[in-house]
Design a protein around this ligand. Structure first.
Ligand code: 0A1
Ligand code: ZN
Length: 846
């Protein structure tokens, strides 16, 4: 039975909750959950509670037993007719659940012997009967009965005795923010004094033996707390803040009130086991979950259609935080790269949806790049339009007006309107309309005036055939032919489908530096010559625009090469300037020096109306890397040596930047030295960043046997490090070898595929090998389908998310499309297919 939920159908819940009391008797196979919920009637209506997979032992109202046949197990509902209910009453239930059998990792489950919970979005209904919707908020009192040494829940500790802990969370919260943890855990403790002088006890909880790898997470937490006070004036509001690392987790982490639960890969780090990228993600995600305390918990979402209210804003905040902790320019470019790779891709395919969707079948399928990353971009545009002061005033008003409430995108936009006087009616389309606008610019140069003509258009997306014009903030500058900036950044607010603007007195005809700072999430089409791109790459004052100019130049060359022509000569020449300057900003140079990936090249080819051929793209990219390496060998070799960092490893932006440039040089030099440098680096590097980087090069060069064995011997008992080992092999293997490699790995006893990290490492590592996944014979599609069908009955959420590997099939040739669709149809036909995967597959096949 497929049910579609519509935004238009939202109705307020007719009851409020004064307090929720829960008592857990923990046992792996039969945990007993006793609940007492104090309801008060707000308006007419039956009391409808949600519950799935519960063994209900008893139900009562004010102590009077209720018949169990009120339960509709098929629909997961318990309906108590309004006529039978007093105005205020206590509902009580006693249920039994089986955490050990819970492989879906939704609700209460066991991860390596640790009891833990995941309740967003609708996990709480797997724990007990409840109005499992975000607009029903309550203070919680939780009793945990268990012999486990550490017993945690939300809020503040009330009491602890042998076998029992009581917790009280005074802040009203929806059920999706509930959490419980019980296990043999060790704390890495610290403390923080808030700006008003409240002392908060901080703990990062890990398994015994992992304490030495939790320090960076703790430092990141403290930096996050300081930052939110300094930049947003937001203070923490409980006596304790706990973070727990677990090995089995469907996503990255979860912002449960006062008790964040994390995928261990986003907590545990040491120089020998984690890369610079891992450290950066840990800092960003610790920040993200902490920032949710205000944007998500104190102010939550009225319904799940409003998910981007908390997620877009919290991603925006964590991006600001990372930019402040590291390099604003480099991080902006990385964010844009990620947005293009994941969100533009989503927007261009069958899974396109607006940041605020108006329908869903399975809400867990909507934790997407569109809701998160595009949701953040929309806020960036809003900030640019109202200015920094306007943004601050609007946010202050948001916290003031809506603290303690469950809100909508309308509430959010209204605070901006009220704080700044701006009408945001047209701007709202960014929230309600799917698709990436394409911005076309043409130029006229006459009588010393440069006129720019802009046109915006957005292709239809599923269910949305017409796309009215949006507000697009276009930040631009002008660069004179001698490289001087003749117009600093100005922002043009485009509101119509077509609009023009003129600039005079600029001297000789300048080159437009367009969409500076990536001021709007749009694609750009413009006529621009290679010499103009080279000019921007060398002289633009805006780092994003500089990088983008190089990107476009490289893509032009790669597309030509993939079509069997020559290409890339201009890029190869133009990066000489970047290499000369590289030591001034190594991280930026590394970004410029790393060619677009194969997937990005395929996207660019499709955007020009051609059909990408994965094998030619792979060849084209390697060929251009070889040419660049050959042309610049002396300087690359010099930089490679110069970027070695002396002294102990530190995971800061400076060291990470030097290592990223070093590895970018290594990738080019490996084309010439057959892996000699990579082999040496693998043997001598004292940090995982360089070891993994070297290993990836050795795999690509087909010289990996020894290194892989050494790596496995050294790290065989470290799950997170072995995930890397499982990931890099199918990802970096030559396209004709990757599938065999993936199958071999999948057959290993330590391919513990029920663990989401391990499954993703191998299977998503393979699908990210573009030419291997899109093999002409369809073998890559078959491999993915086979594993999704295996995973779906065990863990529908993770299986469903990975269906998105198929979302680009429409841009390939018809033979590939036929094969991919056949694989998808096999999944669709599987008996008992989950609602999660069913929805994803049907949308892709539609
Ligand atoms: N709110 C979390 C993301 C999250 C969503 C769902 C989960 O389980 C299905 C887990 C985590 C965040 O934004 O970090
Ligand atoms: Zn979030």
């Amino acid at each position: 039975m497929t049910v579609t939920h519509y935004l238009a159908d939202w109705r307020p819940f007719p009851y409020e909750i004064a307090e929720t009391r829960l008592e857990f008797d923990l046992a792996p196979r039969a945990t007993r959950v006793l609940s007492q919920i104090d309801f008060r009637r707000l308006s007419a209506g039956d009391l409808v509670l949600d519950g799935i997979g519960l063994d209900t032992l008893s139900l009562a109202i004010d102590g009077k037993p209720l018949p169990l046949d009120l339960i509709d197990a098929e629909r997961g509902r318990l309906t108590l007719p309004a006529a039978d209910l007093p105005d205020s009453f206590t509902f009580a239930a006693e249920v039994a659940i089986d955490p050990e059998a819970n492989t879906a990792l939704e609700g209460l489950y066991l991860s390596g012997g640790i009891f833990c919970t995941q309740c967003e979005a609708e996990g709480f209904r797997h724990i007990t009967w409840y109005p499992d919707r975000p607009d029903v908020m309550a203070p919680f009192r939780v009793t945990i009965n268990s012999d486990m040494p550490v017993l945690l829940s939300n809020g503040n500790p009330v009491s602890r005795a042998e076998g029992r802990a009581i917790w009280h969370d005074p802040w009203p919260k929806p059920a999706y923010l509930f959490a419980l943890v019980a296990g043999d855990l060790r704390a890495v403790p610290d403390s923080f004094t808030t700006m008003s002088g409240r002392k908060v006890a901080l703990n990062v909880w890990v398994r015994p033996g992992d304490e030495g790898r939790a320090g960076y997470a703790m430092e990141s937490l403290i930096r996050s707390m300081q930052w939110d006070e300094r930049v947003y004036g937001r203070e923490y509001d409980l006596d304790v803040f706990n973070i727990v690392a677990v090995d089995d987790f469907n996503m990255g982490a979860m912002e449960n009130k006062g008790l964040n639960i994390f995928n261990s890969k986003l907590v545990l780090a040491s120089p020998e086991t984690a890369t610079d990228g891992d450290y950066e993600r840990i800092e960003g995600v610790i920040g993200h979950e902490y920032f949710h305390n205000w944007t998500g918990n104190r102010i939550t979402c009225r319904d799940w259609f409003q998910l981007c209210l908390k997620e877009g804003l919290t991603v925006f905040r964590d991006q600001q935080f990372t930019a402040d902790m590291r390099s604003p320019a480099v991080n902006r470019i990385q964010d844009v790269q990620a947005l293009r790779a994941r969100q533009f891709r989503e927007d261009a395919g069958p899974l396109a949806h607006p940041p605020r969707p108006d329908r869903y079948q399975e809400i867990n399928n909507f934790y997407t790049a569109t809701v998160y990353e595009k949701g953040a971009e929309v806020i960036g545009m809003l900030k640019r339009l109202v200015g920094d002061d306007g943004y601050r005033a609007a946010l202050d008003l948001y916290f003031d007006r809506h603290d303690g409430q469950a809100c909508t995108i309308e509430d959010w936009l209204r605070v901006f309107e009220d704080a700044t006087g701006r009408d945001l009616t047209q701007f709202k389309r960014w929230y309600t309309d799917a698709g990436t606008p394409r911005l076309t610019m043409t130029e006229d140069w006459a009588d010393g005036a440069l006129t720019l003509h802009f046109r915006q258009e957005t292709a239809p997306t599923p269910g949305q055939p017409d796309k009215p014009a949006r507000v697009i903030p276009i930040a631009l500058g002008l660069i004179g032919p001698n490289g001087d900036e003749v117009l600093p950044t100005t922002v043009l607010e485009m509101t119509a489908a077509e609009q023009s603007v003129s600039f005079r007195d600029t001297g000789a005809r300048p080159v437009v530096s367009l969409l500076r700072g990536f001021s709007a999430p749009v694609t750009v089409a413009r006529e621009i010559g290679a010499d103009q791109q080279a000019l921007l790459l060398t002289h633009d004052t805006d780092p994003y625009a500089r990088w983008q100019a190089g990107r476009d130049l490289a893509l032009d060359g790669l597309i030509a090469r993939a079509a069997g022509r020559t290409g890339g000569e201009e890029f190869t020449r133009a990066i000489a300037g970047i290499l000369d300057d590289a030591e001034a900003d190594p991280a930026f140079a590394a970004l410029c020096l790393t060619l677009p990936g194969e997937e990005e090249i395929a996207t660019a080819i499709a955007a020009r109306g051609a059909i990408p051929d994965p094998a030619s793209i792979h060849q084209a990219r390697r060929g251009l890397m070889q040419e660049i390496g050959t042309r610049h060998e002396p300087v690359l070799a010099r930089l490679y040596d110069a970027m070695a960092v002396a002294g102990p490893y530190r995971p800061d932006a400076e060291g990470a930047g030097r290592r990223s440039l070093r590895l970018a040089c290594l990738a080019l030099l490996t084309q010439l030295d057959d892996g000699a440098r990579a082999a040496a680096l693998f043997d001598t590097a004292g940090n995982m960043t360089e070891r993994q980087g070297a290993l990836e090069q050795l795999i690509a060069a087909g010289r990996d046997e020894q290194a892989l064995a050494a790596f496995a011997a050294e790290f065989g008992d470290n799950r997170l490090v072995m995930d890397k080992w499982f990931m890099v092999q199918p990802l970096r293997a030559a396209p004709d070898k990757a599938l065999a490699r993936a199958r071999e790995l999948a057959a290993r006893a330590d391919f513990d595929w029920k663990n989401p990290n391990r499954f993703r490492a191998l299977i998503a590592g393979f699908t990210a090998n573009h030419a291997a996944f899109h093999a002409a014979d369809g073998s890559g599609y078959d491999f993915l389908a086979e594993w999704l069908m295996r995973l779906d009955p065990v863990n529908p959420q993770t299986a469903a998310r990975m269906c998105s590997a198929f979302e680009t099939i429409a841009r390939y040739d018809s033979a590939r499309q036929v094969r991919a669709r056949a694989a998808l149809k096999r999944i669709a036909a599987m008996p008992g297919l989950s609602r999660n995967t069913d929805e994803m597959v049907s949308r892709i096949l539609a």
